[in-house]
Ligand binder design. Structure first.
Ligand code: ZN
Length: 183
């Protein structure tokens, strides 16, 4: 593969949801637990390659914008939050798939119940702030930048919240160079 100048100097900020399980954060559509610090995506396809890759579904998924707050509030085990993404990143109309990811903030549930306690314990464990949902974006932006609208491929699908899995013909690629180090 040819070396190319990175399109973005800082990490990219994205938003996603996880499932609370066994005292940890788990991907919704893969049996993968999110730990403290850097995660590097692996392809589990038949001919494994560096993730993400054209015509595959590997890589860490995230939306450009936080999902509606109500999406996880009503469930006992879904939580929202923000991630910093970098490395190779495949851009779709509403979200992206990235090679490297790190949780940078978790959204507190509205209610003060068991879910909130479980989330706070995980946040301490992986050393990320747990903040009210309305503050997620501001906290996350200390770690990187949003993908500018002009870099996002146009939406060609009627389902606005479809998972960014199947590559669109208008796919674009971005490479983000780094992550602002934690203090
Ligand atoms: Zn793959």
């Amino acid at each position: 593969m040819e070396a190319a100048a990175p399109d973005l100097i800082r990490a990219i900020i994205g938003f996603r949801q996880w499932r609370l399980r066994d005292g940890g954060l788990w991907s919704l559509h893969a049996n993968e637990r999110w730990l403290r610090g850097l995660q590097t995506a692996r392809c589990l396809g038949e001919d494994a390659h560096e993730a993400p890759q054209n015509e595959c579904t590997c890589g860490y998924y995230a939306w450009y914008a936080p999902p509606p707050r109500t999406a996880s509030a009503a469930t006992p085990d879904l939580v929202g939050g923000a991630v910093a993404l970098w490395g190779h990143v495949e851009l779709h109309a509403h979200g992206m798939r990235a090679q490297h990811a790190m949780v940078v903030a978790l959204a507190l549930p509205f209610s003060r119940g068991a879910k909130r306690e479980r989330l706070l314990a995980i946040a301490r464990d992986i050393e990320v702030p747990a903040v009210p949902a309305r503050k997620i974006k501001a906290v996350a932006l200390e770690h990187g930048d949003l993908i500018p609208r002009r870099m996002r491929p146009p939406d060609t699908t009627p389902n606005k919240r479809a998972a960014p899995g199947e590559p669109a013909p208008a796919r674009l690629y971005a490479v983000a160079d780094g992550l602002v180090q934690r203090r």
